[in-house]
Design a protein around this ligand. Structure first.
Ligand code: TRP
Length: 457
């Protein structure tokens, strides 16, 4: 194992790495997207395929990313280049790192817009705006927000500033301090909301919906969606986990640590479902309403329940914390790269990267109102022009390509001895299983996800 330390610093312990990587993984994908995907794809069977995909695709690729990052000890671009050279392969592997950085920038730009909505909603919840609200009322509150570019711009700007503020302070005093506060807070908020849902909602129906397995409700498209989301939710393919791995102390065992992170991410997604569905059912709303589940249906539910304003506020705060720790991870690879290659101070690099994400976010904002257009993609109508295009390009196309590159690089390009050395315990069954998964199962699955995204399947 290498004794180098990254020039950006190092996590102070295994636990802080777990918190940071779980913070990267747990995001809008867990609290917003997962519940509505479960809703749209019929419940239990989808959840089962999702969990299987985490184990068979997500965990192996995550182990590969952390391993590569720690071996290279630099930003993804430089790490991939140097390791490729060391393995006597082609230095063009660094372009997988470039793609990841581009994906991170694009995802942050629209992520920040949605995070802005959560702040706006938290404020409205405190103000009691949703008390007794009707369906039409909830819809007009949402429309009022998304059709007002200036309002969204203000929230978007604030969220980017919050992200830049943390990244500027560096690994130890920025990232690590933020996750040490935000992750425990996130868990407490989530547990409080699940208890609230159990007491006030229709918990039994929520449980049944999430865990009763009905394979008839699941389509082939649903299976591929579950696989794609398992990959997205672990923040893979963008170099984020790789850069976090480059700050990992040499003595931490990688495989066990990754299993812990993937488990936390999955448990948090399931708990988010248990916080949301009982409220949805108790108020006679439908779980299959798509992206509007959190911003349209849930506020109606909170508006008709005891202490709804308080718990509604807590819910949107939870969503904000989840998004914040993820956006930090989305931009960190590019900031690390700028510090290494352009020799600028971290704070300045963070400022520039934040500015780029902000600028791109403005395009997303406009695409909800003035610039909106509709188009057909993979058999679905998308309504929000550029926002949807950016989402598809980054999360459905670039991330799977990045993940495929990581899996092939770890499984086929790096010498087995190097990989064994970094992971420790080459002779064990765990290692052999991982090696098979990263060489065959994960690449095939990612190829399928990619083919679906571009409409071939
Ligand atoms: N996993 C995040 C979520 O669930 C989203 C995400 C995808 C992400 N790729 C990432 C976050 C890379 C940080 C870095 O919402």
């Amino acid at each position: 194992m290498s004794d180098y330390v990254s020039i950006h610093g190092q996590w102070s312990s295994r636990l802080t790495f777990i918190l940071a990587a779980t913070g990267a993984a747990v995001g809008l994908g867990n609290v917003w997207k997962f519940p509505y995907l479960v809703g749209e794809n019929g419940g239990g069977a989808f959840v089962l395929v999702y969990i299987a995909s985490i184990a068979l695709i997500g965990v192996p690729v995550m182990i590969a990313e952390v391993m590569i990052g720690r071996r290279g000890r630099q930003s993804p671009i430089n790490t991939l280049r140097d390791l490729a050279v060391e393995a006597k392969s082609n230095c063009r592997w660094q372009f997988a790192g470039v793609l990841g950085i581009v994906a991170g920038l694009i995802i942050t730009s629209y992520y920040s817009v949605i995070a802005g909505w959560t702040m706006a909603y938290a404020v409205r919840m405190v103000g009691g705006v949703f008390t007794g609200v009707t369906k039409d009322g909830a819809e007009s509150i949402f429309a009022f927000l998304v059709e007002d570019p200036e309002r969204m711009l203000a929230w978007h700007t604030l969220f980017i500033l919050m992200t830049v503020a943390v990244i500027s302070r560096g690994v130890r005093s920025g990232l690590e301090q933020a996750v040490k506060i935000l992750m425990p807070a996130l868990l407490l908020l989530l547990l409080a909301l699940v208890v609230y849902a159990a007491v006030n909602g229709d918990f039994v129906q929520g449980l049944r919906f999430m865990f009763a397995i009905d394979f008839d409700a699941l389509t082939t498209g649903g299976v591929l969606t579950a696989m794609g989301h398992a990959f997205f939710t672990l923040s893979l393919g963008a170099g984020a986990i790789m850069v976090y791995g480059s700050y990992l102390p040499s003595d931490v065992p990688i495989a066990r640590t990754v299993v812990a992170i993937a488990t936390f991410d999955t448990v948090i997604a399931l708990l988010a479902g248990l916080a949301v569905f009982p409220l949805v059912f108790a108020n006679g709303l439908t779980p299959g309403s798509g992206p509007g589940l959190i911003f349209l249906s849930l506020p109606i539910a909170f508006g008709h329940m005891p202490w709804g304003g308080l718990f509604g506020t807590l819910f949107f705060l939870l969503l904000l914390f989840a998004a914040w720790t993820s956006s930090i991870a989305l931009l960190e690879p590019m900031v690390a790269w700028m510090v290494e290659n352009r020799r600028v101070l971290r704070a300045r690099a963070a400022g520039w990267v934040g500015f780029l994400a902000w600028l791109l976010g403005v395009v997303s904002i406009l695409s909800f109102g003035p610039w909106s257009f509709e188009f057909d993609f993979a058999g679905e109508v998308r309504h929000n022009g550029v926002y949807d295009l950016l989402d598809i390009l980054s999360s459905s196309i670039i991330l799977p390509i990045g993940g495929l590159a990581v899996a092939v690089f770890a499984g086929w390009v790096l010498p087995k001895t190097m990989v064994e050395d970094e992971l420790g315990g080459g002779a064990g069954l765990g290692f052999r299983l991982w090696y098979v998964a990263v060489r065959t199962i994960a690449p095939i699955a990612l190829l399928l996800i990619l083919l679906r995204a571009v409409g071939v399947i």
